[in-house]
Design a protein around this ligand. Structure first.
Ligand code: ADP
Length: 396
């Protein structure tokens, strides 16, 4: 007779932590955390939690709204510096942003018997005649997933198919992966000789520096700009327009070119991106591409004022799913007015969050560049909380 085994029931959340660890790690807090909210979703084998301080920069005056920007960081001066940038922006009338594109990508790789056959599949996927059918199959994955297009690349007989879709307020990796799986299953009928090697073939490209994200975008592509008035540059930023423009050319443009940078034409975008990502429950590993940024500075109004912009083609954020539903991260999203799903206009919360990230980066760029131009950076760190040996970490 067949003996049917029942899978053991998961232990109650509180006990699971203790049972798994067997002992508490000294200095790592265990109590006071809602393990039920993470088990089976966000973290396995939990042994406690790491505490991070959250500071607030702002108000960031962006597109006519005031945002108080939560930043989780242990880097001294970062919040203060971003706050100074916010002040300069607000005193100059605010920043303006535009979302150029909103689409998450996933690129499976399949091997075909020959390169010619791979090219046939490429032609099929890229033929506009087939788009309606492909999107019907793809969009079954979720009521929010809407296929935007497929871009293909080949390496010999391997075909990389970069599917792009909007994902509502979710960052969207799960959603797009499910849609891609639907299409791959569908394609097997017409291309039975297609051998799917991996649902991700790295042409996506997730959590790795890659030109495809820099050029084509991934997640939200955002530009944010402001004109900083001459007197604000002088009084708040303690420098002048000409020095800032020159510094930006020599450091962020020429210096990054000398370094062979990929998406790194900025002073420290990743500082702000990562601090906001951690505070708001984003996937911090996606700071790699989300921090791609080119910072441009120009003198305007007969050289008196400063035009500054940040262009960030791949900000990957969501306000539902992942870590966003955890209590403290949800509180930070709520502070920005973008908690959860936007019912009237799905995707608006996530797009608004992306513009806040870009606005925060604009403020951060403005402040750090000013500190460098004025030669103040070391002084300000000494004044706040740093010993000189720590300086290498903050001069980005
Ligand atoms: P991700 O795709 O970012 O990994 P999930 O797989 O958790 O995130 O997908 C988000 C979930 O939230 C889906 O089940 C989706 O149906 C649900 N959802 C509810 N409202 C929205 C919304 N406005 N936008 C996107 N997803 C939403």
């Amino acid at each position: 007779m067949e003996v049917r085994r029942r899978a053991p029931l998961p232990p109650p959340p509180g006990r699971a932590v203790r049972r798994i660890t067997g002992r508490q790690i000294e200095g790592l807090p265990l109590d006071g955390f809602d393990y039920a909210s993470i088990l089976g979703q966000c973290c396995e084998l939990p042994v406690g939690y790491v505490q991070l301080p959250v500071g607030i920069a702002g108000p960031l005056l962006l597109d006519g709204q005031r945002f108080y920007v939560p930043m989780a960081t242990t880097e001294g001066c970062l919040v203060a510096s971003t706050n100074r940038g916010c002040k300069a922006i607000a005193e100059s009338g605010g920043a303006v942003s535009v979302v150029l594109r909103d689409g998450m990508t996933r690129a499976p790789v399949a091997r075909l018997p020959t390169a010619r056959r791979a090219a046939e599949l490429k032609a099929f996927l890229e033929d506009s005649v087939n788009f309606n059918t492909l999107s019907m199959v793809f969009n079954r994955s979720s009521r929010f997933a809407r296929l935007q297009g497929v871009q293909c690349a080949m390496a010999g007989r391997n075909l990389y198919m970069r599917f792009s879709c909007c994902t509502g307020d979710a960052m969207g990796m799960n959603m797009v992966s499910k849609g891609v799986q639907n299409v791959l299953d569908y394609l097997q009928d017409d291309f039975p000789d297609m051998d799917v090697i991996s649902i991700s073939g790295n042409f996506c490209s997730d959590k790795k520096p890659a030109a495809v994200n820099w050029i084509e975008g991934r997640g939200k592509s955002v530009v944010c700009e402001a004109v900083i008035k001459e007197d604000v540059v002088k009084k708040v930023l303690k420098t002048n327009v000409q020095s800032l423009v020159e510094l930006n050319v020599i450091k962020n443009l020429a210096g990054s070119a000398v370094a062979g940078a990929l998406g790194g034409f900025n002073a420290h975008a990743s500082n702000i991106v990562t601090a906001i990502f951690i505070a708001t429950g984003q996937d911090p590993a996606q700071n790699v591409e989300s921090s791609h940024c080119i910072t441009m500075l120009e003198a305007v109004n007969d050289g008196r004022d400063l035009h500054i912009s940040v262009t960030m083609p791949s900000i990957e954020v969501g306000t539902v799913g992942g870590g966003t539903q955890l209590a403290s991260q949800a509180a930070c999203l709520d502070l920005l007015g973008v908690k959860g799903a936007n019912r009237e206009s799905p995707g608006s919360n996530a797009r608004l969050l992306a513009t806040v990230v870009a606005g925060g980066v604009l403020a951060g760029e403005l402040s750090l560049l000013s500190a460098l131009a004025a030669g103040q950076l070391v002084k300000s760190h000494m004044k706040y909380n740093r010993s000189s040996k720590d300086m290498s970490k903050v001069i980005s």
